[in-house]
Design a binder for this molecule. Structure first.
Ligand SMILES: Cc1cc2nc3c(=O)[nH]c(=O)nc-3n(C[C@H](O)[C@H](O)[C@H](O)COP(=O)(O)OP(=O)(O)OC[C@H]3O[C@@H](n4cnc5c(N)ncnc54)[C@H](O)[C@@H]3O)c2cc1C
Length: 384
């Protein structure tokens, strides 16, 4: 590879999405020599609603607002477009809609400003151990192949990760949610309201997030290999927002969701973001865990490079404690909720406290475990 710094780096970060760019920024800020590689051309589009709790700001020393498109002040839940529940979000738990093309490029720019070298349009084909180094085989933008070397590697190549499995990291058989995203341009009824419907999608939900000049719409199904029946759902959802049924461009995809505690580290190697199957199996929140894991991975790799032998084990343990424990409850709740969604909607979502609880979950103020304990206490109390 040509370019400043040549073919060696202390740390190679694979993937410049939310997780990889966050890791590259924090490593470069700590003075590490970082090479950030991504196969895509930047800025790149990414099918994503862009809903993100403002609390992620605490993970960065710079202002994230240049990437923020909209601030959400209220949420509206429906069951098959009926039976609405609307609630103001508490001021202390605001929710942002970001444009992924903006956010990911912005984070990469911050990484470069901190000293990282960023090579877009560079695909990583393989990663292999050679003595005390990692050899990262790449295909450069001109099609040429080359081997790069580093002491440590952060793997953050997203939900379609082809690198995590062969490296023995994360779940052996990842679990996926099926998704469809639709971007529609046109008038927005309430630019500060995010809409969620739990009755249109079987075993899942759909959402409409306002952004400047239109909506980011998404559908996701979370248990089994359910057919999303997206066109039938969109034929009802889009007209309810004032758009023709066929409006917008559909992108189908799949999203690795959290499915158990797994090792996220190897020898000089860590896994972050979707590649690590961190996405919330109940609400499909993937941005916050991607950013959190990128930051925690950077700290761990920095300590490991400084000679702290157990720092990478510490990363797996931290992600388990800070994220996985809550997701274990989230998965249990998703399995109950999405099997009996109508009951879940009536008894859960329609509770007066539900919008605040959901905001608290999404902001990280509360975990699913806290919710589960409240539900158990309520049931015990009612029975007693
Ligand atoms: C339809 C949809 C809607 C969503 N909405 C939301 C939402 O509203 N809020 C939320 O929190 N989450 C949402 N998510 C989840 C969220 O988008 C992901 O969790 C998030 O993108 C994870 O970031 P990441 O950095 O791990 O992966 P990515 O953002 O996917 O980044 C991975 C990067 O790796 C690169 N790459 C892959 N393989 C290679 C390779 N071999 N060599 C080099 N580069 C490679 C890719 O080009 C990509 O840039 C949504 C997901 C979907 C599918």
């Amino acid at each position: 590879m040509t370019g400043p710094g040549g073919s060696r780096a202390e740390v190679i970060v694979v993937g410049a999405g939310a997780a990889g760019a966050a890791a590259a920024f924090h490593l470069a800020s700590r003075g590490r020599d970082v090479l950030l590689l991504d196969g895509a051309t930047f800025p790149r589009a990414k099918p994503c609603g862009g809903g993100m709790a403002a609390s992620v700001q605490q993970l960065f020393p710079f202002d994230l607002r240049p990437a923020v498109d909209t601030v959400i002040r209220r949420v509206c839940f429906t069951w098959a477009l009926e039976d609405p529940v609307q609630a103001e979000l508490p001021g202390d738990a605001p929710f942002w809609i970001v444009r992924r093309s903006l956010l990911d490029s912005f984070l990469s720019e911050q990484a470069v400003a901190a000293g990282a070298r960023f090579h877009p349009r560079t695909w990583v084909e393989r990663i292999a151990r050679r003595e005390r180094s990692w050899v990262v085989a790449i295909r450069a933008p001109d099609g040429a192949t080359a081997n790069l070397e580093s002491v440590a590697v952060v793997v953050a190549d997203g939900s379609e990760s082809r690198l995590a499995g062969p490296l023995g990291l994360g779940p052996r058989q990842p679990r996926y949610a099926s998704t469809v995203s639709v971007e529609v341009d046109g008038p927005v009824e309430d630019p500060a309201a995010a809409r969620f419907d739990f009755g249109l999608v079987r075993h899942g939900f759909c959402w409409a997030f306002p952004r400047h000049g239109g909506y980011s719409i998404g559908l996701g199904t979370f248990i089994g290999r359910e057919d999303l029946a997206a066109e039938a759902v969109l034929a009802r959802l889009l007209p309810s927002l004032g758009f023709p049924a066929e409006a917008g461009l559909r992108t189908t995809g799949r999203l690795r969701i959290w499915d158990g505690h797994h090792p996220l580290h190897g020898d000089g190697l860590v896994l972050a973001g979707d590649a690590a199957s961190l996405c919330d199996p109940f609400l499909a929140e993937g941005l916050r865990p991607a950013l959190l894991s990128g930051c925690r991975a950077a700290t761990a790799v920095d300590h490991w490079l400084s000679g702290e032998a157990l720092a990478l084990e510490g990363y797996t343990a931290t992600m388990r404690q800070e994220w996985g424990e809550s997701m274990a409850w989230g998965r249990r709740m998703a399995q109950v909720f999405y099997r009996l969604p109508k009951v879940g909607y009536q008894l859960g979502v329609k509770r007066p406290t539900a919008p605040r609880r959901i905001a608290q979950i999404l902001s990280g103020e509360m975990g699913y475990g806290d919710i589960a304990q409240r539900v158990i206490r309520r049931l015990l109390f009612q029975r007693g």
